[in-house]
Design a protein around this ligand. Structure first.
Ligand code: SAM
Length: 283
């Protein structure tokens, strides 16, 4: 009898994965966590019934939410990750030797410990890296009182429900903006616009009210099904977003990072958006 994991993110449409083996399942302090194995995607993490990350395609999401802002910035030394409990975002950010510190603020210790134990391929190495500062706290509370300043802030959150809801508010984005150094860049996990149009519309409105330069870029991540996944972008100038492809290629070569999805050409091309997304953004 085949067992299925049925994702519960949407009311009228759903994806499902066969479950070869349940590796771990428990209610952590904040959310229901399950780690299971699937023949196509490998080990998969789901929180509150929503797929968070899978061994099979996590590289796409983690590469695009780190290398695009870090290489666009060009001289990032301090990176802040909000969420990111599986460790994949920290892994990719730490590939940049020029980055001195990565601070990762994850609300749920259980996600960090269980992913390091049961899906070590994604982030276990990152958690051992001396340049990583792991803080177990609510990301919104952290940026509200944080005295540190960062060159890149990455919001690697769950969807805007449960503990992740606060990470999509204008107040949170305003606190993130205050924690950016001049020329700093904020990027956000911003859902799949074809199925979550309000997430794009709302973030666009909120970021536009705070940042001189607001944009979105995209990547196709199979486990975040429904078409392109959108990433929000806020900065105090468009300069970083408009760095020419040959300069991005030079920076990428100098950083000597190994990638499986990100390329300098894709870095420039991923900001070209479908008309329906531009309409949702009011662009
Ligand atoms: N790639 C996934 C996606 O796009 O949906 C996100 C993966 S990561 C596992 C999401 C993390 O955000 C989880 O570990 C969750 O515990 C964390 N999180 C949710 N709300 C948070 C908050 N308010 N502060 C810090 N971390 C939070």
């Amino acid at each position: 009898m085949t067992e299925w994991f049925n994702e519960t993110l949407y009311k009228d449409i759903a994806q499902r994965f066969t479950v070869s083996r349940v590796i771990f399942r428990e209610r952590t302090e904040h959310q229901d966590l399950v780690i299971f194995e699937n023949p196509v995607m490998g080990r998969v993490l789901a929180l509150d019934g929503v797929i968070q990350t899978a061994e099979g395609d996590e590289f796409i999401y983690h590469e695009m939410l780190t290398h695009v802002p870090i290489l666009a910035h060009g001289s990032a030394k301090r990176v802040l990750i909000i969420g990111g409990g599986d460790g994949g975002m920290a892994r990719e950010a730490l590939k940049h030797a020029a980055i001195e510190r990565v601070t990762m603020v994850e609300i749920d210790r259980g996600v960090v410990d269980l992913c390091a134990t049961h899906i070590p391929s994604i982030g276990a190495e990152a958690f051992k890296n001396p340049r990583l500062d792991l803080v177990i706290a609510d990301g919104a509370a952290f940026v509200k009182s944080c005295a540190d300043r960062f060159d890149v802030i990455i919001i690697d959150s769950t969807d805007p429900q449960g503990p992740g809801a606060v990470l999509f508010t204008r107040a949170f984005y305003a606190d993130c903006k205050r924690c950016l150094r001049p020329g700093g860049i904020l990027v956000t996990q911003n859902g799949v616009p074809f199925l979550q149009p309000d997430e794009l519309k709302n973030t666009a409105e909120r970021l536009k009210s705070l940042f001189a330069d607001t944009a979105f870029y995209v990547a196709a991540v199979p486990t975040y099904y429904g078409g392109f996944m959108a990433f929000g972008w806020g900065s105090d100038s468009a300069a970083a977003r408009r760095v020419a492809a040959d300069e991005i290629a030079r920076r990428c070569a100098a950083a000597r990072i190994e990638t499986r999805y990100y390329t300098p050409e894709l870095h420039v091309g991923c900001f070209a958006l479908p008309r329906f997304m531009r309409d949702l953004m009011g662009a």
